[in-house]
Design a protein around this ligand. Sequence first.
Ligand code: MN
Length: 281
Amino acid sequence: MTYFLSDAHLGSRVINDPQAHIERLVGLLKQMANDADKIYLLGDIFDFWYEYLFERHQWRRKDGTWLLPRSKRQFTSLISALHDLTQTGVEVHFFIGNHDIWTFGDLERNTGITVHRHPESLIIEGKKVFLAHGDGIVPSDYFQSLPKVWQKKIRRFMRLRAFFHNPVPQFLFRLLPPMIGDAFGYEWARRSRLKEIQKPCPYKGENKEELVLYAKEQEAMAVKGRTCHHDYYIFGHRHILLNLPMSNAEQQATSSVIILGDFFQQFTYAQMTNTKLTLLT
Ligand SMILES: [Mn+2]
């Protein structure tokens, strides 16, 4: 059995009881441990995550107890649960989102999970699956087709994204005292979360939703042999729940676009066996 989950935004300062939110995910992970072979965490699991230079990098003591740096101590039960999963042979894959780009090895080394920094094309449960958080993924002709105002907005987002992914500012931010870095990061994340709660952006329909357009374009290219066909395109990021089968007249094979909802307000995730994919709450 394989599970997919995204956008928990753990630690968000919008939530009244952040610890209860963390324990809720820990509870689900422990439940998944009963029958999971693989778990894919598809980004924004943390509302803000930064591994600083001047903090503890070894989180597990020799006697097996945990001591995380103060900036991450609230996540101790989660880190311990992830470690237990990988220790018992469950593969845990962590895709960075746009809120938790900044893991530099500590998370991977201390838990045994695999961190992915780019979209992946994988065989899962016998199916060809395209996996990505979803930020920055748009079809190729998308940009020109938009009104000027939107072009400007998206250009700004892409510039910010490039800045966040740039190793030079990343390194400088790592030098900060964790308390200062976190104060800044969690506040930025809180504002972006509030913006999304106040002005939610519902599903735009299959002719406008960027991730769907991207998948359609990939499948159209696959028909011409320029990319390969995928049975599933699975994304997070949008905080909407979608299971959209796409069929192509020229092509026998069909694909589905899955958007996982979130584990922030909707508490949704996906479960996949070799026969089907199911969205669960
Ligand atoms: Mn996101």
